[in-house]
Write a protein of this length. Structure first.
Length: 158
């Protein structure tokens, strides 16, 4: 059952995250972990984007629990920069493709550029989804903060 397997995998991921950060001199452990995790997710039929968003959800949980507005702001800036880089790369590749307007579609160079454009578009969709998830998290945190302030104000009025 795919759902059951994903739930088990998520609990394993949570357990891995609870161990804390992997030291820099042992970063190959993290690389192996992510490679194995990607292979398992692929075997379960989870797309690369879904896999990325699942991993990103864990990062968002950490950011939410850290109660650090600066970290959220840094994350937003990082994602926006990645979106801008992806858009710029797509524009550049599409512009390069115009130079090949007279060549056939089965030209290896043209195929490579088209494949590259598609890959960057997929990446762009993932970054936009991450930004959307971050926006939702920030909205919920702001909402909780307002509710807490209102509850505090109403209890002081009593």
């Amino acid at each position: 059952d795919k759902e059951k397997d994903l739930a088990t995998l998520k609990s394993f991921i949570d357990e891995w995250k609870n161990y804390g950060r992997v030291p820099f001199n042992k970063k190959n452990i993290n690389v192996k972990y992510n490679t194995i995790l990607d292979a398992i997710l692929k075997k379960l039929g989870v797309s690369k984007q879904e896999s990325e968003l699942m991993k990103y959800g864990d990062k968002l949980k950490k950011l939410a629990n850290a109660d650090n507005d600066r970290a959220l702001l840094n994350e937003r800036t990082f994602i926006r920069r990645k979106i801008d880089e992806s858009l710029s790369e797509i524009r550049q590749l599409e512009n390069n493709l115009l130079f090949f307007s007279n060549t056939s579609g089965d030209n290896p160079l043209v195929k490579d550029v088209v494949k590259n454009i598609d890959r960057h578009k997929e990446t762009l969709v993932t970054w936009k989804a991450k930004l959307k998830n971050l926006n939702i998290l920030q909205h919920n945190l702001n909402k909780e903060e307002i509710q807490t302030e209102e509850e505090t104000d109403s209890s002081e009025d009593d």
